[in-house]
Design a protein around this ligand. Structure first.
Ligand code: SME
Length: 160
């Protein structure tokens, strides 16, 4: 199947999930499972959420699929994860071995994308995906992952 068709299908599937999942927590759990299962190059898929009230702020691992990571709490001045949350920008790294910010999760990881999740214009967390393939996150993939993060943000904003 051409990758653009697969991306369109998965985009529709996550949109349906957002309508069907009873809570934001369910949505995040179901979404990471779906992305990990359907997108063959998404080898680790997880959410990090900012711990409410923590000073200094820290990202805490939430729902994820893939191998357990040593990075369950990430301060905002560390990692690709910290860079995305502190800047409020999507970060795509085509070759993690060349990025000094990278915190290793698996030796097999070659590329990574991190997309912030916003509630009322503020970053509350992020969707992080690692791939065993270099440069896996083309602009089409970025658009899909941003769509996923936006669905979760809208859901959290709705307070359920
Ligand atoms: N690689 C991330 C850490 C999280 S693991 O990939 C799951 C980073 O550099 O922030």
């Amino acid at each position: 199947m051409p990758v653009t068709t697969r991306i369109e299908e998965v985009r529709n599937e996550v949109t349906e999930l957002a309508q069907a999942s009873p809570t934001a927590q369910d949505l995040m759990k179901d979404m990471v499972r779906l992305l990990h299962h359907r997108m063959l190059k998404y080898n680790w898929v997880g959410f990090y959420l900012l711990e409410p009230g923590a000073q200094p702020p820290v990202l805490v691992l939430g729902a994820f699929e893939g191998a357990m990571t040593p990075h369950t709490r990430i301060p905002l001045n560390q990692g690709i994860c910290g860079a995305a949350a502190s800047s409020g920008q999507t970060v795509v790294v085509d070759d993690v071995s060349k990025d000094p910010r990278y915190l290793a999760c698996s030796l097999e990881t070659k590329s990574e994308i991190v997309v912030p999740v916003f509630v009322n214009g503020k970053v509350v967390g992020e969707l992080d995906i690692d791939s065993h393939f270099p440069a896996a996150f083309t602009p089409e993939h970025q658009a899909l992952v941003q769509h996923c993060a936006a669905l979760v943000g809208k859901r959290l904003e709705a307070g359920r």
